[in-house]
Design a protein around this ligand. Structure first.
Ligand SMILES: Cc1cc2nc3c(=O)[nH]c(=O)nc-3n(C[C@H](O)[C@H](O)[C@H](O)COP(=O)(O)OP(=O)(O)OC[C@H]3O[C@@H](n4cnc5c(N)ncnc54)[C@H](O)[C@@H]3O)c2cc1C
Length: 492
């Protein structure tokens, strides 16, 4: 395992291919600081004495080398691993107050381990062998990767092969003796500018004539022809801020301008049915990750609401306690359903464990449906101050400071400087560019709500439920009765 300083050093050696607001920038560009700090935290936590009791959660034993590795590079070998991944995601996300960044990597590698194996069984290909070789390097060198799944997609109702411009879904444009050439662009690629590797997989189910779009590979994030046009956001804290971080995020439109990928790194090339399966498999793992990070985000919002209540002196008010209980119900229901997804997980033919489809999807959907309501509760309890807080210079300017200290005082048990800090932090959390990104992530990350609905209805045995009703209504039912599982996980 490597240290965070080794991770930071590696970033400085990468080729310049990051564009922001009209400029070609280095990876130590100021606005990427928050994103880099978050990934650095995942390296620091495995050696931080404060987290020594969580070592079994934060690290794992590689099934390939037998070495101790950071769990973010692990392939799940058991239900215990699925549970540990979920718990790790919650604990680590709590530390940074949001997305922990490395779940796109762990989720795409696990999906690849399942689907490359299936593809080899069905088509006699050798993707899994290549993938395992790549994975060994990934684990041994404790690398970071993101996942570039979402295509830019052009006109939504049109399929990849129906688009006026075929590049609107990333595709293979040439097959050569030593590799393939790909062209297209992926979008919303979280943390792509601050990772070493990009795992590229298809977005959606593909039809037989869409083999050129059924492509998966791993590539260095600074490879020749890869251009990242990035957005970056982090809260702006007052000068002299003493809190941890700053934490933030960065997402990239990753352009593949006729990029060469050597065969060793190609994990799917033309098998349309497997392309769709890989898209779904990543989504399933990723929605399971959300059963860890979303409860963490709700924990942070619950803490923020409770802190605002304390600052305002309204902690004991009945309506406040009711709203806090509502937040706790959301986090614990989502987390609990994630546990159910892990416990009901199954072993795929590759040996990799996969969480349950139904529980992953209902949990993620419940989290997504509640996201704006959670921010609504914090805003309600906080009052308007996070939106209109005077800037930090006015807290220290000799002319305005006495007024700030006099008029910002609220609960007499809370020092006025802590009142200011609390409002500044809640402003960053709920009323900043970063907050807006987190809200959209809460709705769309891991797939839009409609995609979850499709997965839920596709795996739910509605006929069986209807038969329960028919029996109760005295209508004759010939079908056998299934009690224990109303949701069917598709056979792996
Ligand atoms: C903050 C953030 C981080 C993200 N991180 C990543 C990441 O790291 N990697 C990655 O690959 N992706 C990432 N995503 C992408 C995420 O998975 C997508 O945003 C999500 O799948 C929705 O896709 P879209 O944004 O293209 O919206 P669209 O798919 O365009 O959805 C917009 C609306 O159109 C509807 N719609 C779309 N297609 C159709 C159709 N054919 N028929 C009817 N209705 C349709 C949808 O249901 C939705 O209501 C991230 C997104 C966000 C917001």
């Amino acid at each position: 395992m490597i240290s965070s300083s080794e991770y930071r050093k590696r970033l400085t050696k990468m080729r310049r291919n990051i564009y922001n607001d009209g400029n070609l920038v280095d990876r130590d560009f100021k606005r990427l600081e928050g994103a880099i700090n978050i990934i650095a935290k995942t390296y620091d936590m495995v050696t931080d004495p404060e987290f020594k009791d969580y070592q079994d959660i934060l690290t794992a034993t590689s099934h390939l080398t037998g070495e101790k590795i950071n769990r973010f590079t692990h392939i799940h070998q058991s239900i215990g691993d699925l549970l540990a991944k979920q718990k790790m995601t919650r604990i680590t996300s709590q530390q940074v107050g949001g997305c922990i960044a490395r779940c796109m990597g762990i989720d795409s590698t696990n999906a690849l381990s399942v689907v490359t194996y299936m593809c080899d069984q069905k088509y006699g290909t050798e993707y899994n062998k290549r993938f395992v070789k790549w994975l060994k390097d990934f684990q041994t060198n404790d690398r970071t990767s993101c996942c570039a799944q979402t295509d830019v997609k052009g006109n939504r109702p049109w399929r990849p092969h129906e688009q006026k411009d075929p590049d609107l879904y990333l595709r293979i444009v040439e097959r050569k003796s030593d590799g393939i050439i790909v062209r297209g662009a992926k979008v919303h690629n979280s943390f792509a500018p601050v990772v070493e590797q990009i795992n590229v997989i298809p977005t959606r189910a593909l039809t037989k004539e869409e083999g050129d779009w059924a492509v998966a590979f791993a590539i260095p994030a600074d490879a020749e022809g890869v251009k990242q046009i990035v957005s970056a956001a982090m809260p702006e804290y007052p000068k002299g801020w003493s809190g941890p971080g700053p934490w933030g995020g960065s997402d990239s439109m990753t352009v593949f301008d006729d990029v060469f990928v050597p065969w060793d790194n190609v994990f799917l090339c033309g098998e349309a049915d497997m392309g769709g399966y890989l898209a779904l498999m990543f989504a399933q793992y990723h929605r399971h990750s959300y059963t860890g990070c979303k409860p963490a985000m709700t924990d942070v919002l619950t803490g923020a609401a409770a802190l605002m209540a304390e600052v305002n002196g309204i902690e004991k008010e009945h309506h406040v306690r009711e709203k806090l209980a509502e937040l706790i119900c959301t986090s614990e229901l989502v987390y609990g359903t994630g546990i159910a997804a892990a416990i009901n997980g199954s072993k795929s033919p590759s040996g990799t464990f996969v969480p349950d489809t139904m529980y992953c999807n209902v949990s993620r959907r419940h989290a997504g449906l509640n996201i704006y309501h959670e921010y609504d509760i914090v805003a309600d309890i906080a009052g308007g101050m996070p939106a209109t807080l005077p800037r930090s210079g006015d807290w220290v300017n000799e002319e305005t400071k006495p007024f700030m200290e006099k008029y910002m005082a609220r609960n007499p048990d809370v020092d006025v400087q802590d009142v200011l800090k609390a409002f500044a932090w809640v402003q960053g959390l709920t009323c900043s560019e970063w907050a807006g990104v987190m809200q959209y992530a809460g709705v769309h990350g891991g797939g839009s709500p409609r995609m979850e609905q499709i997965a839920i209805m596709g795996s739910y045995n509605l006929e069986n439920t209807k038969n329960i009703a028919k029996r109760l209504a005295g209508i004759k039912v010939n079908k056998p009765y299934t009690f224990d599982r109303l949701g069917n996980t598709p056979k792996l």
